[in-house]
Design a protein around this ligand. Structure first.
Ligand code: ATP
Ligand code: MG
Length: 429
């Protein structure tokens, strides 16, 4: 027996009943970013593996365990992008768009791929909407990114359901000094660490701060704290950011253990977190990555950005019942036609209505059918009006105009007056 064809585990179809909420999210963010002067960029989904190995960093979970990597027919190692920042930087460098200090404010949206254990809020193909800014080194732009996400939460009705976690990772020198101190402290307590953290002690020690293991967390209580090691410039940058958030009234929680999974962050790191989704509570994460561009061979170039998980935001909106009613967008009009001549007239009429009333949501009955079956379909479509065309109407050059959502009488309307009549009715309703 042949096996039923199935999608790959962790890769979801987004079905028609779900796409309106996706479009709502994407459009809301796109509009908002327009208002702040950000431009969209679209990058390829496949890149050379080296881009991510160099950009995200060996020793990170993403590079070591989560990438979809394969050889193409030309024996080149390619990887399905696990995130957008590396590709965005590659594109900027390749097209000479940041090397001269030009400011770029960009956003992108699309699928990302990570080989993770699929569960609620965590998939193997998932979608991010991300923002990246280049050549602005100050805390003002870090603040702007936070302010605009905060505005998005307000627009979506999520402001009370997410909280902002904030940290500074300092300069790479400060981080190196702190890393040494942390490693020395944990090395003495090696046997008490969980297995993952023991491994990370050599590969990526700062990530231990992020460990969910209770024993390891207990050890960390007395560990050296990051902010004791921060350099003065980074501290000033952090103060500048906090002052701006205070000025607009955005609350935050400073979390010195917030380190982020990717290697390229320094100074500001942020996460917006919700307690409404269980373990997968981070809906937006990002920070400053001033070292990344030079890691790719470009001139030192400040960079800062964030990415939000679209699936998690969709889940959150659904969980909280915040999907707007009007997304359930039924038709305005359904045209019923009986007989071939009427069908031809209905098609011509429908196209004239579309010309006259842009944006009209009009369904033309397809597949023929009796009066009864066409009315049933008209009703089911959610349309407010049915237009009826039979032989009789055809001779008189009128349509039967039947309101479907109230008890008012069916009227007879001349073809020439139809657009105007319909516009008036729709405006009134
Ligand atoms: P997590 O700690 O949840 O694994 P991360 O630190 O790996 O997240 P980032 O690389 O910063 O995540 O990605 C930014 C956002 O993208 C996350 O905050 C989350 O909302 C979303 N995201 C990341 N991985 C997944 C996934 N596998 N499925 C769904 N959403 C994801
Ligand atoms: Mg992850």
């Amino acid at each position: 027996m042949s096996k039923t064809l199935q999608a790959i585990r962790g890769m979801n179809d987004i079905l028609p009943e779900q796409t309106p909420i996706w479009r709502y999210l994407e459009n809301t963010l796109a509009e908002l970013l327009d208002g702040y002067g950000y431009s969209e960029i679209r990058m390829p989904i496949l890149e050379f593996t080296e881009l991510f190995a160099r950009g995200i960093g060996e020793g990170t979970d993403v590079v070591d365990k989560e990438m979809y990597t394969f050889l193409d027919r030309n024996e080149e190692s390619l990887t399905l992008r696990p995130e957008g920042t590396a590709g965005c930087v590659r594109a900027m460098l390749e097209h000479g768009l940041i090397g001269g200090g030009q400011v770029q404010k960009l956003w992108y949206a699309g699928p990302m791929f990570r080989y993770e254990k699929p569960q609620k809020g965590r998939y193997r193909q998932f979608h991010q909407m991300g923002v990246e800014v280049f050549n602005l080194p100050g805390p003002d732009i870090d603040a702007e990114l936070i302010v605009l996400t905060w505005r998005l939460w307000k627009k979506l009705g999520l402001a009370d359901s997410v909280t902002l976690q904030l940290n500074s990772l300092g300069s790479s020198e400060a981080r190196a000094r702190y890393r040494d101190a942390l490693v020395a402290y944990l090395q003495e307590r090696y046997d008490l660490l969980d297995e993952d953290s023991q491994r990370r002690l050599t590969t990526n020690p700062l990530r231990i701060l992020d460990s969910k293991n209770g024993g390891t967390q207990a050890l960390l209580v007395d560990a050296p704290t990051l902010h004791d090691y921060l350099d003065e410039e980074s501290l000033a940058h952090f103060e500048g950011l906090k002052a701006r958030l205070d000025a607009v009234g955005i609350r935050y929680e400073i979390n010195q253990k917030l380190v982020r999974g990717l290697d390229y962050y320094g100074r500001t790191v942020i996460e917006w977190v919700t307690d409404k989704l269980g373990a997968q509570g981070t809906v937006c994460a990002g920070g400053r990555y001033d070292g990344l561009v030079s890691q790719f061979g470009g001139k030192p170039t400040p960079g800062v950005g964030f990415a939000m998980g679209v699936e998690r935001l969709v889940l959150l909106l659904e969980t909280l019942g915040l999907v707007p009613e009007e997304l359930n967008n039924p038709a305005d009009v359904y045209i019923c036609a009986f007989g071939e001549a009427a069908e031809l007239a209905a098609l011509g009429l429908s196209e004239r209505l579309r010309d006259a009333l842009p944006g009209l949501r009009l369904l033309v009955n397809a597949g023929g059918g009796s009066f009864k079956s066409q009315f049933k379909k008209a009703d089911k479509s959610g349309a407010r009006y049915a237009l009826i065309l039979g032989d009789d109407e055809l001779t008189k050059r009128v349509v039967g105009f039947k309101p479907l959502r109230d008890d008012s009488e069916q009227q007879s309307i001349a073809w020439d007056a139809l657009a105007e009549h319909l516009a008036a009715c729709l405006k009134q309703a």
